[in-house]
Design a protein around this ligand. Structure first.
Ligand code: 9YT
Length: 130
């Protein structure tokens, strides 16, 4: 059994800050934990916009705090996000993620799991790391 707290992760290599400063992500579970998915708590900072396009991963995101929106780039549709909203990128959806009036607190699961070494490239993609 794995039992882990956020406090144990803070300040370790599981506590990752985006290069552009838009978010921090605490990786509670990664590929080497053997669960078949990775599981993160991510804080998207108020006033930021992030282009994300996970061409190699599926991601489900559940908001537990804050306020923001997601814009689907294929259609221009904008969906509000607040405590209790889930979105799932079941079609590798290209999108913009914005935290508007408050930092967004998001719980995220990735399939396949992140190893922890991926970096968003200029198009908001994470490469597949074996
Ligand atoms: C919601 C989202 O995808 N944010 C970007 C960070 C990502 N959750 C991560 O790397 O943990």
């Amino acid at each position: 059994m794995i039992v882990r707290t956020l406090d144990e992760i803070l300040g370790t290599d599981r506590d990752v800050r985006a290069e552009n400063g838009n978010w921090v992500s605490r990786r509670l579970l990664l590929k080497n934990d053997g669960m078949g998915f990775s599981f993160h708590e991510t804080i998207i900072f108020k006033g930021t916009e992030t282009h994300i396009h996970y061409k190699n991963h599926l991601e489900a995101v559940y908001c537990v705090g804050g306020e923001g929106e997601i814009e689907e780039l294929a259609t221009g549709r904008i969906h509000p996000i607040s405590d209790g909203t889930l979105y799932a990128l079941n079609n590798h959806d290209d999108h913009l993620l914005r935290a508007t009036t408050a930092d967004l607190r998001l719980i995220c699961a990735f399939n396949p799991p992140l190893t922890g070494r991926e970096m968003h490239n200029a198009d908001g993609v994470y490469p597949l790391v074996e």
